[in-house]
Structure formats: structure tokens, C-alpha cells
Design a protein around this ligand. Structure first.
Ligand code: NAD
Ligand code: DO4
Length: 526
């Protein structure tokens, strides 16, 4: 498929629009053809009108039809073949193996939601049977199900050009919920986006769905702002900067009809090195830590940007091993000049902070947009005294905080902002300390890990990729895993409706084949 750079709204191709924007190969700085046209307010309004027109028909699709659509998207993405892999590598600077793995993750995510839609648990069907004889008040027949919120705006992330972008988790979960989607593609990978957008459009057509079920738009911040402000949009999914996420939250809150914004924004993902673990394997931990820190040039939102431990010779062993590993780190190009600049500014701010010591730097990369890795150390008292030290530096830098004792370790933990993850490295002898930390960590983070590394999120049913602010704008949600569908649903209760007016799923015959709650008791089909 040849890239056109055209705006396509639903199935309407707007060729010949002024196309001025080109992608840049971050590894070389070279502009990539073709030029892409940015959507203006008129195109945003048209896309939202088509999405609204599609909503009733799309939300009323049968579970099988919707599941087949999600699977068809995955098939169309695979059918793009090497063209997608090569374009995504060129636009992101990420290696082929990463992009191929991410393609598998993206298609797997779509299939996961197809299974979720078919299983029916997401409907959360509940029935309270009528009690006409109840005294002093009779009880009505009450039935509940979840329905789609409405058209959803999705902002593609720069750092996962497939799994968190045009057909990524936000799009997959919104479509699974029955919501049409208007994606504002990330300007870092417009060609990748066009290819995936075409795959989705082909699936919309092959499944006989309304054209407004999906639209991909490109543009600068103004395009995204117009999308969030459009009254036909009923929710927003976003992965990106804290500033960007908060800007969208403010726009959505200022609307005459405020709407939810599910923004995944910022996290330093603290790693706790327990005394027993350090005593047993400090060097191995140091090396493995740097492997996680430098994964994807440190451009994972799950990047371990903070390490906490009790000061002592075993922590010194860890720092020594991590410093040695860091010195061997040769940085690849970062995703965009902007992300590289932001990272370098953050790293240099740490290096210039008198409360912090730089104990190792990685190699200076050759070529454009190389972010030098760095490892810093600070005493807990200094960390507590400078709030800037707890902010995310999006790249391959991390800060090790030395605590004098357990009380200081817990004090530092309580001061942390909300996090996507918190990781404990522990041995059985660390159980007492871990028991003190876990209750504090579960209030701070969306995911708690033991003896692993935060980078590498499993797309599954139990996964939570979310967390209290500022990890996300709504700590009750996750953007990865089957629970993500809940963000785009709302409950409706049907009281004493005649059977012929009830939604199909709430009629007695259908209930027998669906998981549901009957008078407070869980009932499984069959
Ligand atoms: N924590 C994470 O998961 C994560 C992921 C990627 C980037 N980041 C951070 O974000 C920084 C910039 O990277 P990025 O370009 O991916 O994120 P970004 O937030 O700058 O952009 C993400 C998307 O949001 C849009 N956007 C941003 N600000 C907006 C505004 N005020 N109004 C309307 N739309 C807006 C952009 O056009 C883009 O499509 C990185 O340096 C890093 O610090 C964090
Ligand atoms: O960058 C945000 C998501 C990180 C992720 O999905 C992973 O660590 O696998």
C-alpha cells in the first residue's frame, strides 16, 4: 500500500489537501516522504458527525459481529506485512524485533477484546426479580446492563507506535465497548498510522459497519483540542506527557458537558531493593536493573526511574554493578527530537543538582537524538528536601536513593506521587519489611511486582496499567488488559420494562446463556 498523506474521514478520502508535515527518521534526522495533511476544525467536526451517526448502529452490533470486527482489524494489520514493520522502524528508530513484537502485542490485544466481547462478562448483567408481595414496599423487576458511552477520542502515544497508537489498547477497548473511535495520530509516526488506519478502515468495510465507526486524523495540538471539545465525543484515551494529559483533562472539564479523560502520563516506578535480596544478589540486580532502565532507550512509561534501598555495603555492590553496566550502554536514537531534548534537559538538571551525585554515564551516542544514559545517587534526606528529584525523566536515567533505616524508607515512600508500578526485590528474610511496604505501595501504585522489572506489561485479564495521579488522570482505570473496556461503558437500569422493550441480553431467554447476577447470586451460563 502506497502512503498518500491524505486525510480520510470515515471512508471519505480528501485528496489534494495542503500536505506540509513529514515524518523524520530519528536515527538520521532525514525527512521521510510523503508529506501529510493536517486535519482542521472542519475535518474534526466531520469525523465526529460520522462517529455520532455510526454510534447507535455500532453499539447495537451483536457480540459476535463486534468480536469478528476486532479480529478482522488484527488480520488486516498482519496483511500489511513488511511495509508496516519497515515504516514503523524508520519513523521510530526502534529495531525490527521490537516492532515485530509490538505488532504481535497489538494484534493479540484485539483478539483479547474479541474474546471479552464474546464472553459477555463486560455487560455485568444483573437482575433483581420483582417482589410484589414484599411489605411494606413491593419491589419492582430491576435489570441492569452496561452500554457504550459514545464516540471516543484516542490520542496515539509516541513511544509505542503500534500497541498504544492507532489500533492500540485504547482503540481496541473502546471499539470492544461499542464506541466509535476518532484517533488523533501521533505526529512522530504518521506513515505507520496511515497504514494501520487503512487496515482498520478495511475491517470496517469488510464487516459491513458504518464508515464513521473509525477515523484517523493527523494534526498538531489544535486538532486534538478541537477533538476533545467536540460535543459528540464522550470520552478520551491518552498516553503521553503529564502536561499534554492535563491539558486535555482541562479542556474536557471546561466543556458544557464535561467528559472523562483517561490519560496515562507519568511515573518513576520505584524499585525497592530489600536487604536480603541485596545481600544475596546485589551484582545481578545491578546488571538486570540497567537492562530494564535502558529498554527502548528508557522510553517506557514503566521505566524504573527510582531505586530505594537501605544504605550499606550491599547497596554499594548494587550501585557498582549498575554503574559498570551503565558505562557499557550505547544509546540508540530516541523517538523524536523533542523527546530527546526533554530527556537531555532532565538528565542535565539531575547532574547539576547539588543534592545528587552522578556515579556513571553511558557512552555518548554517535548520531542524532542519542540520549546518554546516567545513574545518580542521593541521600533520602536530600531526596525528601527537593520535590524535583521525584519527577519522571523520560529516558535512560535513574536515581538511587540511600535510606538510613526502614522508617526513612517508609517516609520516602509515603511522599511519592501516584505510580504505575512499584517493584520489590526480596528474599524470604525480607518478609517483615515487605509486609510494612505493600499496604503503602498499593495505595500509591497500579501494579506491585516482586522480583521482576516493571518494563514489559502483560496484556491479560488481571493486568493493571494505571495508578493514582499523576500516573493517570483516573486511578480507577487501566489502559492495558481486559478491564480497560470499563472506561468506555456506563450502567443502565431497566425497571419493570415489558420483555419486548428490554435489551436482548436482559431477556430471560438470553440471560440463560450469559453470565449474570440473579438476586445477588452469580449465575454462569450452561
Ligand atoms: N508516561 C508515558 O507513558 C509517556 C509516554 C510518552 C511520552 N511521555 C512524555 O511526554 C513527552 C513528550 O512525548 P509525546 O510527544 O509522546 O507526548 P505529548 O504529550 O507531547 O503528545 C502526545 C499527543 O498528545 C497531543 N497533545 C499534547 N499536548 C497537547 C495539548 N496541550 N493539546 C492538545 N493535544 C496535545 C500531541 O499532539 C500528541 O498527539 C516525553 O518527553 C515524555 O516525557 C510520557
Ligand atoms: O510506555 C508505556 C507502556 C509500557 C509498556 O507497555 C511495557 O512496559 O510493556
Amino acid at each position: 500500500m502506497a502512503l498518500t498523506g491524505d486525510i480520510v474521514i470515515g471512508s471519505e478520502r480528501l485528496s489534494g489537501r495542503a500536505a506540509t508535515f513529514r515524518a523524520v527518521d530519528p536515527a538520521t534526522g532525514a525527512a521521510l516522504e510523503p508529506a501529510f495533511a493536517f486535519a482542521g476544525e472542519a475535518e474534526v467536526a466531520r469525523a465526529c458527525a460520522l462517529a455520532e451517526d455510526a454510534f447507535d448502529a455500532y453499539r447495537d452490533t451483536t457480540p459476535e459481529a463486534r468480536a469478528a470486527f476486532l479480529e478482522a482489524i488484527g488480520d488486516e494489520i498482519m496483511a500489511l506485512g513488511d511495509a508496516l514493520i519497515e515504516r514503523a522502524c524508520a519513523e521510530s528508530g526502534l529495531p525490527r524485533a521490537r516492532i515485530e513484537g509490538e505488532r504481535g502485542r497489538t494484534v493479540g490485544q484485539l483478539k483479547l477484546f474479541a474474546g471479552v466481547v464474546r464472553a459477555g462478562n463486560w455487560l455485568d448483567l444483573r437482575v433483581d426479580t420483582a417482589l410484589p408481595e414484599r411489605k411494606p414496599l413491593a419491589r419492582s423487576d430491576l435489570r441492569q446492563r452496561h452500554i457504550a458511552l459514545g464516540p471516543v477520542a484516542v490520542f496515539g502515544a509516541s513511544n509505542f507506535p503500534l500497541a498504544f497508537s492507532v489500533a492500540g489498547g485504547d482503540t481496541a477497548s473502546a471499539l470492544a465497548a461499542g464506541c466509535p473511535v476518532v484517533v488523533k495520530g501521533h505526529p512522530a509516526h504518521p506513515g505507520t498510522g496511515e497504514l494501520v488506519g487503512e487496515a482498520v478502515r478495511k475491517a470496517v468495510a469488510s464487516q459491513g459497519l458504518p464508515a464513521g465507526t473509525f477515523t484517523l486524523l493527523l494534526g498538531a495540538n489544535e486538532t486534538g483540542a478541537a477533538l476533545v471539545r467536540d460535543p459528540r465525543i464522550k470520552a478520551v484515551g491518552f498516553t503521553g506527557s503529564r502536561g499534554g494529559g492535563l491539558a486535555l483533562v482541562a479542556l474536557a472539564a471546561a466543556r458544557p458537558e464535561p467528559i472523562p479523560v483517561y490519560a496515562e502520563m507519568s511515573s518513576v516506578n520505584p524499585v525497592y531493593l530489600m536487604p536480603g535480596a541485596l545481600a544475596a544478589r546485589a551484582e545481578a540486580l545491578g546488571k538486570a536493573f540497567v537492562g530494564s532502565l535502558t529498554m527502548g532507550a528508557g522510553q517506557f512509561c514503566t521505566n524504573p526511574g527510582l531505586v530505594l534501598a537501605l544504605a550499606g555495603p550491599d547497596l554499594d555492590r548494587f550501585v557498582g554493578a549498575a554503574a559498570t553496566a551503565m558505562q557499557d550502554y550505547a544509546p540508540p536514537a530516541m523517538l523524536t527530537p523533542g523527546i530527546h531534548a526533554a530527556y537531555e534537559a532532565g538528565r542535565k538538571a539531575l547532574a547539576g543538582n547539588g543534592r545528587v551525585r552522578c556515579v556513571a554515564e553511558g557512552k555518548v551516542g554517535e548520531g542524532a537524538n542519542r540520549g546518554t544514559g546516567a545513574l545518580f545517587v542521593a541521600e533520602a534526606a536530600d531526596f525528601l528536601a527537593d520535590e524535583a528529584l521525584s519527577h519522571e525523566v523520560f529516558g535512560a536515567s535513574s536515581l538511587v536513593v540511600r535510606c538510613r533505616d526502614i522508617e526513612e524508607l517508609v517516609r520516602v515512600t509515603r511522599k511519592l506521587e501516584g505510580q504505575l508500578t512499584a517493584t520489590l526485590h526480596l528474599e524470604p528474610s525480607d518478609a517483615d519489611l515487605a509486609r510494612r511496604l505493600v499496604p503503602v505501595l498499593e495505595v500509591k501504585a497500579g501494579r506491585i511486582l516482586a522480583n521482576g522489572w516493571p518494563t514489559g506489561v502483560e496484556v491479560s485479564h488481571a493486568m493493571v496499567h494505571g495508578g493514582p495521579f499523576p500516573a493517570t488522570s483516573d486511578g480507577r482505570s487501566t489502559s492495558v488488559g481486559s478491564l480497560a473496556i470499563r472506561r468506555f461503558l456506563r450502567p443502565v437500569c431497566y425497571q419493570d420494562l415489558p420483555a419486548e422493550l428490554l435489551p436482548e441480553a436482559l431477556r430471560d431467554a438470553a440471560l440463560a446463556g450469559l453470565p449474570h447476577m440473579m438476586d445477588g447470586k452469580a449465575v454462569l451460563p450452561g
